[in-house]
Unconditional design. Structure first.
Length: 274
């Protein structure tokens, strides 16, 4: 039987500040390689080289090449971004709870957006991505409970809203799926996916790893690296869809899907290098 799962003990203030600064720096550097900033840099550099009056013909040629590269990258992502995301969302299928072995388990949920707002019920204090993840976690927990399997749900959430609002929102949301408060755990000190996986590995029972379909491949990559033997449970198969006569027309939606895929692949590259 699982006991009530308390929040993880927070690190010292200095250690927390150092980790936050390092993470922020890494994210700032990574952002430069996101499609929008990267394309902007290519176009800005191309225009500067092309229009600067004192530069020679070689610099103007380089400017034209940069302008063409930026434009081509924008068009490629606007047309094929959905396909790039599909390479991630198609790797794992939604989990069938009937296939889970009959042993104690913890459904672990990777964190997303949370924001307390007294004008709406606590169960709606999550962004769309987190709602998808929590719905899937609740669905799995309810199905396992019907099979008589001992199951807890642990959710990673950071932010400055405090422990009590987060727990209140989780208990209100997961309570609709029959998950009692004593079976709900809250992890507040995991600042990125790497730290989440390490925290999940310390929880009891078999782990069922829940996140959105495009994020699951990166989490499973980390799970293999840090010895977390988890069952993948993508919360949706959305994104990466295309086709039809309008497929060849550039789309802001497909560009955003491509940007999301680039974010995930950059994260995987970081884990390979560090």
């Amino acid at each position: 039987m699982f006991q009530r799962m308390p929040p993880s003990l927070p690190p010292s203030a200095n250690a927390r500040a150092g980790e936050t600064m390092l993470l922020t720096l890494k994210k700032l550097i990574a952002r430069l390689f996101f499609p929008v900033p990267f394309i902007f840099l290519l176009l800005a550099a191309g225009l500067a080289l092309l229009l600067w009056p004192r530069l020679g013909s070689r610099c103007r040629l380089a400017g034209k090449i940069l302008l063409c590269a930026g434009t081509a990258l924008f068009l490629l992502l606007s047309v094929f971004g959905g396909g790039l995301l599909k390479t991630l969302t198609s790797q794992y299928v939604p989990l069938d709870p009937e296939t889970v072995p009959a042993e104690a388990c913890t459904v672990v949920v990777a964190g997303s957006g949370f924001g307390m707002a007294e004008s709406v019920p606590p169960e709606l204090w999550f962004n769309d991505g987190m709602l998808l993840r929590l719905h899937e976690a609740g669905r799995i927990a309810r199905a396992l409970a019907r099979r008589g399997i001992d199951c807890a749900v642990a959710v990673s959430m950071v932010g400055e809203d405090g422990t009590e609002p987060k727990r209140r929102a989780l208990e209100a949301f997961l309570g609709a799926y029959g998950v009692p408060p004593e079976r709900i755990g809250l992890i507040e000190d995991a600042l990125n996916s790497r730290q989440e996986v390490i925290a999940f590995s310390k929880l009891p029972g078999r782990k069922i790893l829940v996140s959105e379909a495009f994020h699951i491949p990166r989490l499973m990559m980390l799970s293999r690296r840090y010895g977390l033997d988890a069952l993948p449970a993508p919360a949706s198969q959305g994104g990466g869809r295309g086709g039809g006569a309008l497929f060849v027309i550039p789309s802001a939606e497909r560009f955003m899907e491509g940007e999301r895929a680039v974010y995930e692949y950059l994260g995987m590259l970081e884990y390979l290098l560090f």
